[in-house]
Ligand binder design. Structure first.
Ligand code: ADP
Ligand code: MG
Length: 315
């Protein structure tokens, strides 16, 4: 496949079986989106949103209720074999047979995928995930971080064009998170399309060009990271003034104005209607001298909160 999306999902629905005749959990509610080729795509959502359910459907581990999905142009029902060959999945849970070495883990997995011996690249992959020196160690002796990296190598044994990581950094420390981000960026720069699910906004914002947001099984946004951040029209300025503030200033473009410390006020304003310079002029016009100023841009977190809360209101 040379053009078209890396992954295409249409009207995906998953309802888990309920207990004793009750209707079960609707984990995916008519989800449709495309993952373009070549980038790092973020599937962002809080715990329980339906991210793993979607990934596990692509992996063939969960049976969808309805809808279709194509991986690298191959339909997961009609062309399951090619669809599977086109994707490598790093599951959320870390599980290994403790008595295999990293090298054996990769060789076994290559065997499962029918990769002929001459085409295997176990050592190359161990190098790529910086586990070369752990080639012969038992899996049970690896640290948590090493196991995560080994899982990434394991997902790549059949050289799939698409790599999916389900919450690669949930519960890992800052240092390991940084290492995993680097690894993901390396894989991507070598041409692999990467999809990662995360509930960390910061992670999606830093790593992904494009982000789909899923909440309560529904897709509520699918945009470039830039577009999402631009959706936040709020800007915040914190001012330290030369004297006590008796009455807080008001203006139609101020969304909020509050006292945040001694002689300190925080003004949230609509950046489409007024700019920081005008805010300062207004305050000075009220007879204050400004001792200190800091501003903050709305970030993805602000967008996320407003999107997920409006989705709750609509539901
Ligand atoms: P996420 O990965 O975004 O945290 P999941 O896809 O794991 O979300 O879960 C989505 C919803 O489906 C949750 O409410 C979860 O409790 C439910 N769920 C997940 N797996 C099962 C299952 N095997 N049986 C029943 N409900 C499930
Ligand atoms: Mg999950």
């Amino acid at each position: 496949m040379s053009t078209g999306p890396a992954i295409s999902i249409r009207n995906m629905v998953k309802r888990y079986a309920g207990e004793k005749g009750e209707s079960g959990k609707l984990a995916l509610d008519d989800v449709s989106f495309d993952v373009p080729q070549g980038g790092i795509f973020g599937l962002l959502g809080p715990n329980g949103a339906g991210k793993s359910t979607l990934i596990n459907i692509l992996a063939g581990l969960v049976k969808k209720t309805s809808g279709t999905a194509e991986i690298w142009g191959f339909d997961i029902d009609r062309d399951m074999r090619n669809a599977k060959r086109s994707i490598g999945i790093v599951p959320q849970e870390v599980v290994f047979d403790p008595f295999f070495t990293p090298y054996e883990v990769l060789e076994n997995q290559a065997g499962l995928y029918g990769v002929p011996k001459s085409m295997r690249r176990s050592m190359e992959l161990l190098r790529a995930v910086h586990l070369e020196d752990k080639k012969g160690a038992y899996a049970r002796t690896l640290s948590g971080g090493m196991k995560r990296r080994l899982l990434i190598a394991k997902a790549m044994v059949h050289s799939p064009p698409v790599l999916v990581l389900d919450e690669p950094t949930a519960g890992v420390d800052v240092e390991l998170r940084r290492q995993l981000w680097e690894l993901v960026e390396e894989m991507n720069s070598e041409g692999v399309t990467v999809v990662l699910t995360t509930h960390y906004l910061e992670e999606a914002e830093q790593l992904c060009e494009r982000i789909a947001i899923i909440n309560h099984g529904k897709l509520i946004a699918n945009k470039t990271t830039r577009e999402l951040v631009d959706m936040a029209r709020e800007k915040i300025v914190v001012l330290t003034l030369d004297r006590d503030v008796e009455a807080l200033p008001t203006h139609p473009a101020f969304l909020k104005c509050e006292t945040v410390g001694e002689r300190m006020i925080e003004i949230t304003y609509d950046m489409d209607r007024i700019n920081a310079g005008e805010v300062l002029t207004l305050i000075q016009g009220e007879g204050f001298a400004i001792v200190d100023v800091s501003t903050r841009e709305a970030d993805l977190e602000d967008v996320f909160v407003s999107l997920t809360s409006s989705a709750r209101q609509a539901a």
